[in-house]
Design a protein around this ligand. Structure first.
Ligand code: NAP
Ligand code: MG
Length: 396
C-alpha cells in the first residue's frame, strides 16, 4: 500500500512515563504503516529537559511557531519528589506553561463522545468545548487581611487614590488585574478556533456587576469580532454571541452541545472540571492550545498516568486509555492536512478516529471505561493497553 505523503513536518513533543510508552506504540502501529510521517522530534521527557536545561522545551515551542502544528505527549511537571526521583539539577517549570507563554495561546478542551458512554446531562449529544483564559484575574490577585478596619485605596498611575472601602471592622480585601493585550490574544484565539472547527462561539462574563473590568472583556471581544471576524463567521455559517455568565450556565444545561464556550480564568477553571466530569472521563478529553496568530498544539488533557507506569515497569499488565493521545495525533494530522491541502491526510485522521470509536462501541475498551459503558446489546470487555491499540489497528 502506498503511504500518504506529507509536505510540512508536524512538531512532535515526546513526553514521560506511561503516555511515552503509548506514544511510541500509537506511532508504530496506527500511524507509520499508513503515513510517510514527517515530524520534527523534540524529546520533552524529563531526563532530556534536565540535560538541556529545559532548552528543548523552548526549541519545541519555537518550532510550533515556525511550522504551525505540533502534537504533545503528557509530561511530568516536577515537584520536590520528582527532583529526587530523577536526580534533577533544578525543579523545571511546567512544559505546558512554557509552551503556552511562548505561543501566547489559549487552551480548548473538548470531550470525545462515544455511544455507550453517556454524558450525565442527557441532552448533550454534541461536545461542549471550553476555552479558558489562562492569564490574570484572581490567579494573580493581591490580597490582604485588614485586622482593624480602616480605609483601603488603590492608587492609580494618574495619581488618583480610589477608595475600595472604608471598612467598618476587620475584613479582607483583594485587588486583581488583566491586560488588553492578553484579552485580545484570548479573543483572537477563540475566534480562530471557532472558524477552524466551524462551531458557534459563546463568551460570558458578569459585565452587569463588573462595569469596568468584565465590561472591558466584553468590549474587546465585540470590537475584534466586528472589525476582524464578522464576515468570516457569516461565510462559515457560525455565530458569535455574548451573554451573562448566569444566562450562559442555564443555556449550557438546556443545550445539545456543539459550540465553544469561552470563559474568564476562574469560570473556565471551575466549568471545565464540571464538564469533564459530566462527559465521563478525563481519559476521553482532548486539549488544544491555539495561538492568536493561528498555531496549534494538540495533546491529551490527562497526565502521564504514573501509577500505571510503575506497574508497567514491574512487568505487570496495564489498561491505560490511549484515546485522548490518539486524538491528539489525529487532530494534528488533520490540521496539517488541511493547511497543506492534503485531503488524504485529513481522511486518514478521520478514519483513525472512527476506528477508535468503533472499537469502543463494539465493546472493546480499556478498564477505566467498562464501568461507564452502557449500550443495549453490547457487553463491554476490558482489555490491556496494547490489546486495545491492536484492536484499533485491526479496524484500520
Ligand atoms: P494523571 O496522569 O492524569 O492520572 C491521574 C489518574 O487518573 C490515574 O492514576 C488514573 O487513575 C486516571 N487516568 C488518567 N489518565 C488515564 C488514562 N489515560 N487511562 C486510564 N486512567 C487514567 O494525573 P496525575 O496523577 O495527577 O499526574 C501524573 C503526572 O502527570 C504528574 O507528574 C503531572 O505533573 C503530570 N501531568 C501532566 C499533564 C500534561 O502534560 N498535560 C497534565 C496533568 C498532569 P487510576 O490510577 O485510578 O487508574
Ligand atoms: Mg480546576
Amino acid at each position: 500500500m502506498q503511504k500518504i505523503k506529507m509536505l510540512t513536518p508536524i512538531v512532535e513533543l515526546d513526553g514521560d512515563e506511561m503516555t511515552r510508552i503509548l506514544w511510541q506504540k500509537i506511532k508504530d502501529i496506527l500511524i507509520l504503516p499508513y503515513v510517510d510521517l514527517k515530524s520534527e522530534y523534540y524529546d520533552l521527557g524529563l531526563p532530556e529537559r534536565d540535560k538541556t536545561r529545559d532548552q528543548v522545551t523552548v526549541d519545541a515551542a519555537n518550532a510550533i511557531k515556525k511550522y504551525g502544528v505540533g502534537v504533545k505527549c503528557a509530561t511530568i511537571t516536577p515537584n520536590a519528589q520528582r527532583v529526587k526521583e530523577y536526580n534533577l539539577t533544578e525543579m523545571w517549570k511546567s512544559p505546558n506553561g512554557t509552551v503556552r507563554s511562548i505561543l501566547d495561546g489559549t487552551v480548548f478542551r473538548a470531550p470525545i463522545l462515544v455511544n455507550g458512554i453517556n454524558p450525565l446531562v442527557g441532552n448533550w449529544n454534541k461536545p461542549i468545548t471550553i476555552a479558558r483564559h489562562a492569564y490574570g484575574d484572581v490567579y494573580a490577585g493581591v490580597e490582604a487581611y485588614v485586622p482593624e478596619g480602616g480605609k483601603v485605596y488603590i492608587s492609580l498611575p494618574n495619581g488618583e487614590q480610589k477608595l475600595i472601602k472604608d471598612l467598618p471592622s476587620a475584613g479582607i480585601i483583594q485587588a486583581m488585574h488583566n491586560t488588553d493585550k492578553s484579552i485580545k490574544s484570548f479573543a483572537r484565539s477563540c475566534f480562530n478556533y471557532a472558524l477552524s472547527t466551524k462551531q458557534d462561539l459563546w463568551f460570558s462574563s458578569k459585565d452587569t456587576i463588573s462595569k469596568t473590568y468584565d465590561h472591558r472583556f466584553k468590549d474587546i471581544f465585540q470590537e475584534i469580532y466586528d472589525s476582524e471576524y464578522k464576515q468570516a463567521f457569516t461565510d462559515a455559517g457560525i455565530e458569535y454571541f455574548y451573554t451573562l455568565i448566569d444566562d450562559a450556565v442555564a443555556r449550557v444545561m438546556r443545550s445539545n452541545g456543539g459550540y465553544i464556550w469561552a470563559c474568564k480564568n476562574y469560570d473556565g477553571d471551575v466549568m471545565s472540571d464540571m464538564l469533564a466530569t459530566a462527559f465521563g472521563s478525563l481519559a476521553m478529553m482532548t486539549s488544544v492550545l491555539v495561538s492568536p496568530d493561528g498555531n496549534y498544539e494538540f495533546e491529551a488533557a490527562h497526565g502521564t498516568v504514573t501509577r500505571h507506569y510503575y506497574k508497567h515497569l514491574k512487568g505487570e499488565e496495564t489498561s491505560t486509555n490511549s484515546v485522548a493521545t490518539i486524538f491528539a495525533w489525529t487532530g494534528a494530522l488533520a490540521k496539517r492536512g488541511e493547511l497543506d491541502n492534503l485531503p488524504e491526510l485529513v481522511a486518514f485522521a478521520k478514519r483513525l478516529e472512527k476506528a477508535t470509536i468503533d472499537t469502543i462501541e463494539s465493546g472493546t475498551m480499556t478498564k477505566d471505561l467498562v464501568g461507564l459503558f452502557n449500550l443495549d446489546g453490547v457487553t463491554p470487555k476490558g482489555v490491556n493497553s496494547f490489546e486495545f491499540l491492536n484492536a484499533i489497528a485491526s479496524r484500520l
